[in-house]
Design a protein around this ligand. Sequence first.
Ligand code: GTP
Ligand code: MG
Length: 199
Amino acid sequence: MSHRPAANGAGGRVTSAKIVIAGGFGVGKTTLVGSVSEITPLTTEAIMTSAGVGVDDTRQIPNKTTTTVAMDFGRISIDRDLILYLFGTPGQTRFWFMWDELVRGAIGAVVMVDTRRLADCFAAIDFFEHRKLPYLIAINCFDGQQYHQAQDVRDALAIQSDVPVVSCDARNRESTKQVLISLVEYVLSMRRTRTGAPA
Ligand SMILES: Nc1nc2c(ncn2[C@@H]2O[C@H](COP(=O)(O)OP(=O)(O)OP(=O)(O)O)[C@@H](O)[C@H]2O)c(=O)[nH]1
Ligand SMILES: [Mg+2]
């Protein structure tokens, strides 16, 4: 997190923080960054090639023709004094070497999950647990359907009981904004617990 004086001269401070949007292939990371960003998002989409055949499961997303090859970038002001910078990861495993760079300096991560392909998010969860970076699980409700309850997803992923599990529609700005707010609240609560500071 970094702080600077508010531009309105009111004496308050503007805090900015970096958040990573991660998850398996085609789970909706680029869609989320695009729907919530207040600036035109930076994307690095490339036409999918034969390199993904037999590796990436496209059965549930037959219309997907491109994939992120480096990162997505967007920005959202949560309120007057908190700005989040969003960094979306590539989903194809052959681009995962990018992840180490993308998470540097981040306060937390959103791990997006498509419950029809639950196992695709295991690697992302391992990655953040290994680096002790706070994360939450965001179930992307494709077709507007939540096929499994949050508790069932939590059990299936075998994650700690304090890790938030929320659901969203990655295409909907208000829905994805709520996911980001949940993550910030979770990160702050963890920091308070660690330092013993009052709420
Ligand atoms: N129905 C529905 N389709 C979605 C939703 N989110 C994403 N999609 C579609 O699912 C496909 C994958 O979305 P992307 O946002 O490119 O996924 P990604 O996780 O960035 O993909 P990679 O970068 O290739 O890993 C696209 O065709 C989207 O239009 C959703 O909430 N509902
Ligand atoms: Mg993408």
